[in-house]
Design a protein around this ligand. Sequence first.
Ligand code: URA
Length: 187
Amino acid sequence: MISRDLHELREALGDCHRCPLGDTRTTLVFGVGDSCARVMLVGEAPGRNEDLEGEPFVGAAGRLLDELLSSAGLSRGDIYIANVLKCRPPKNRDPKRDEIECCAPFLREQIRLIDPAVVVTLGNYATRSLLDTKAGITTLHGRPVDIDGRTVLPVFHPAATIYDRTKRDDLFADFAMLGTLLSGGGA
Ligand code: URA
């Protein structure tokens, strides 16, 4: 699938029912932010608040994300955020393989159109989708990988660190690495 811009891509998604999540979601969460961003963040799937509001990371994990961005010298206006899945899985269950496969061409096309220098993958699902690996985020986080002319930086999912201090410290260290990449250390 090739679109001219994000608007055309959103039109192509339409009132998507390519997988059963189309029947249970409230709002399709396409993605938001700067369409020419140097940094793109990819999360897992909309949660309850995102499903209601139509924007990624507006709940508790989103507030932590704002702190992380600010620690790397960034704000939401500087970046683009999307998810592996555009629709909320019921009760926030894990994404299924066929759902990921249905949504993947749209995420790929978002990345192609935005053309970021760095893609930060938040958690296992985003990391595995983009790096085509079975390795887990505990092994991969904080290690930038160059792929197709851009840098992919896997980090823990913010929601996974809310009650885990050690992971939270690792997550801030990984965003410090993002700041370094952006200030000339590689991206
Ligand atoms: N978690 C995600 O992975 N994405 C969101 O948009 C919200 C929470």
